[in-house]
Design a protein around this ligand. Structure first.
Ligand code: FMN
Length: 383
């Protein structure tokens, strides 16, 4: 049986481990102490056994983060309509299941740019992991490795890419915020390539930051001693011309992250992008743009299978992953949940976040009668 095939027994085992007493073993800097065998991470005992779903992680993380860091992660732009719509739009979609299909073996594997993923969920690029957990991006990479997921490292990482690469056991992708120093930007892309990053996600929805009221209210800034080595100079206000320049020398597939308009998707294909990510930056930039799951079908229609389409924004449940794939996404990414998992339990928190989402996704596949990704189509959305 292929490594990506999940039998009903495997699924049951995973669910028992996730919901029952089984403590996920801790690695890295952790130690086991006392009778309860609670792992210690950087001095704090961490017990993730009560974490059943991704919302539990947010509650736990809120208790562990400073107010400034929690507000940085949890907030959106302005009145946060888009933040709420991202979730509400998923909730409003009802599922039309199909019964008596053979779901004794589930195959969740997908292939992206020639690389086989065990399941279609990636870690979205999010900045400044050292403010969320002392081990920062190293913990994220270890957690991703254990969960067999691709980690898209943010340009605003607080750990050098070389260091992350050393601990990564699954492929890394790199997200680029182009800087005004073009030579620096080119060197950064080449560094990512040399270190073996498999794809480049160029963020196109942030020519300026949004109206981040909640961040302003807590006076968000990077704490003393934590810095982001690739956040130098000013951001380059990229246009299609600079994007063509970036694509002209990139040796790895380039995805444009932050596409909401079908005309932009068309332009992306025209200039040679290898993929796009439908994203509204988790509602952090322009408030009142639509939920990404609402936008997705239009982009899918226009792109018409010419290049892969990924999406993110508000994915918190396995059924959300199912719905995104039903509407034509090749894979999804999660941002905030990874930050909350990281803050709650370092690498183990990241792994558990992904494992919960994957297990829920597998349950949703089995319960809708879909044994593989190709069989997940729009007919499972209730019309
Ligand atoms: C705390 C935080 C930091 C982020 N930093 C970046 C970043 O550095 N680069 C980027 O392209 N997107 C960034 N994003 C956006 C994510 O990549 C992703 O689009 C979004 O979080 C997905 O929505 P979700 O958080 O609802 O899953 C960030 C999001 C959050 C929540």
């Amino acid at each position: 049986m292929s490594k990506n095939k999940t039998t009903r027994r495997d699924l049951l085992k995973t669910i028992t481990a996730l919901t029952g007493g089984a403590m996920i073993p801790f690695g890295g800097q952790s130690q086991i102490v006392g009778q309860n065998k609670l792992p210690i991470i950087n001095g704090d005992p961490v017990d993730l056994s009560d974490i059943i779903n991704l919302f539990d992680f947010e509650k736990m993380a809120e208790g562990k983060m400073t107010k400034m860091v929690y507000e940085y992660v949890a907030s959106g732009a302005a009145d946060e309509f888009t933040v709420r719509w991202n979730r509400q739009a998923f909730d409003a979609l009802k599922i039309n299941p199909s019964v008596l299909n053979d779901v004794s073996k589930l195959d969740t594997a997908v292939t992206l740019f020639g690389h086989k993923l065990a399941y279609p969920i990636l870690i979205a690029p999010t900045a400044f992991h050292k403010i969320m957990h002392p081990e920062g991006e190293l913990a994220t990479a270890k957690g991703a490795g254990k969960a067999k997921a691709i980690y898209v490292v943010s340009s605003f990482t607080t750990t050098a890419l070389e260091e992350i690469k050393k601990v990564a056991t699954e492929p890394l992708w790199f997200q680029l915020y182009a800087r005004d120093d073009k030579e620096f930007t080119k060197n950064l892309v080449q560094k990512a390539e040399t270190l073996g990053c498999r794809a480049l996600c160029i963020t196109v929805d942030t020519p300026v930051a949004g109206a981040r009221d909640r961040q302003a209210r807590v006076k968000f800034k990077l704490p003393e001693g934590i810095n982001a080595p690739y956040r130098v100079g000013e951001s380059l206000s990229i246009t299609w011309k600079e994007m063509e320049w970036l694509i002209s020398f990139a040796k790895i597939p380039v995805l444009l992250k932050g596409i909401l308009n079908p005309d932009d998707a068309e332009k992306a294909i025209k200039i040679g992008a290898s993929g796009i990510i439908v994203s509204n930056h988790s509602g952090r930039n322009l408030d009142t743009v639509p939920a990404t799951i609402e936008v997705l079908p239009r982009i899918v229609e226009r792109v018409n299978k010419r290049i892969p389409i990924l999406m993110d924004g508000g994915i918190r449940r396995g059924t959300d992953v199912l719905k995104a794939i039903a509407f034509g996404a090749n894979a999804v990414l999660v941002g905030k949940p990874i930050c909350f998992g990281l803050a709650s339990g370092g690498a183990e928190g990241v792994t558990k976040t992904l494992e919960i989402l994957r297990a829920e996704f597998e349950m949703a596949m089995a319960l809708t009668g879909r044994a593989n990704i190709a069989s997940i189509d729009q007919s499972l959305i209730w019309k």
